[in-house]
Ligand binder design. Structure first.
Ligand code: FMN
Length: 337
């Protein structure tokens, strides 16, 4: 059991528990967020949204603003490189969406984003963080949070300075991934630096990086003293991991893995939600990667995955996933190994 009596509160929003779904581009749309929420996440983050795309009302970007009422509390994340665009986008999210919290991305490591002076680029300059975050905080009513990495590279780890700059600027919470920009996803997340940051902040701190199991989540909370633990990759095709983690933190008991049928039912629920959100063609295409995550660990899943990758219709997709759930494909899968 994990004991921490301090309430976990961002602005005036009290979170039910300490388990947070990480923002993941191309993954954390409303269909996935709701599914994870139903497995008990205390807070879910949306995938990052470009300030400029939002400001020109790009149709796909506007669709990304959709939030299901059952997702609350949820955080919508924006990214950008210049103050004017960022503030304008934040104002839009503040006024016209039902997001509870506005998050600013200062962790994205990819070149395309860095070139626009956005994402992890900010990590080299605490003054810029202060300047940008204060401008957004002043312009909106909703609480503002920041998600960052520990630094740019090993020589530029300004984790504490950056976090304190955001706090001084009025941020209501900070989430931090324990890797530098240069590390991308290599090496290990540095939980010691997360602990050092956590000790300095007075606002809520959410620690992130390399939580793969419920036990990892407990270890991370204990090691860092963070208010929340953020989980990304471990939830891919595995939203029940969130439930297992919430439950483990509360009771100390590890829930058993769901059956293959139960797993496939969650995959189908996710799919139906994606269909409702994006239509059949896009949903089938986007579910290919999710299906391979849902099928991970099932021996000999290659044949079904190949079939799913060629599927263009919902009828076929459902039939394939159901065949796995019904155990028909399972025998075949084991044989294929
Ligand atoms: C596919 C994918 C997409 C991501 N997209 C975002 C994003 O849009 N915004 C963001 O702040 N971080 C993003 N991240 C980083 C995650 O939020 C998280 O910091 C990282 O995966 C480390 O946590 P984990 O070890 O639990 O996966 C992404 C990560 C992955 C794997």
């Amino acid at each position: 059991m994990y004991q921490n009596d301090k309430p976990f509160k961002i602005g005036d929003i009290t979170l039910d528990n300490r388990v947070v779904l990480a923002p993941m581009a191309g993954v954390c749309n409303s269909a996935f967020r709701l599914t994870v929420k139903e497995f008990g996440a205390g807070l879910v983050y949306a995938e990052m949204i470009s300030d400029k795309a939002l400001n020109i009302r790009n149709a796909k970007t506007m669709d990304m603003l959709y939030i299901d009422e059952r997702e609350h509390p949820m955080t919508l994340q924006i990214f950008g490189g210049d103050k004017e665009n960022l503030v304008e986008a934040a104002k839009y999210v503040d006024k016209y969406t039902n997001a509870d919290i506005i998050d600013i991305n200062m962790g994205c490591p990819v070149n395309k984003i860095i070139k626009c002076e956005a994402g992890a680029r900010w990590l080299l300059d605490p003054n810029k963080i202060y300047d940008m975050v204060s401008a957004v905080v002043e312009a909106v009513d909703k609480p503002v949070s920041c998600k960052m990495r520990i630094g740019w590279d090993d020589e530029h780890v300004f984790a504490i300075e950056n976090a304190l700059a955001a706090e001084r600027a009025g941020a209501s919470a900070i989430a931090m991934h324990g890797r530098t920009r240069v590390q991308m996803y290599e090496g290990k997340a540095n939980w010691d630096i997360l602990r050092d940051v956590s000790r300095e902040l007075t606002i809520p701190f959410i620690a992130n990086g390399d939580v793969e199991t419920p036990e990892d989540a407990k270890r991370m909370l204990e090691h860092t003293g963070a208010d929340g633990v953020m989980i990304g990759r471990a939830a891919l095709g595995n939203p029940w991991m969130i439930y297992q983690t919430v439950n483990y933190l509360e009771t100390g008991v590890l829930q058993p893995e769901p059956s293959i049928r139960e797993k496939m039912d969650v995959c189908l629920l996710h799919f139906e939600r994606l269909m409702a959100l994006k239509g059949e063609g896009t949903a089938v295409r986007e579910m290919r990667k999710h299906a391979s995550w849902y099928l991970k660990g099932l021996r000999g899943n290659g044949k079904v995955r190949t079939a799913i990758n060629q599927t263009t219709t919902a009828v076929e997709f459902r039939a394939l996933i159901n065949s796995v759930g019904d155990g028909m494909a399972e025998e075949e899968m084991i044989e294929v190994v």
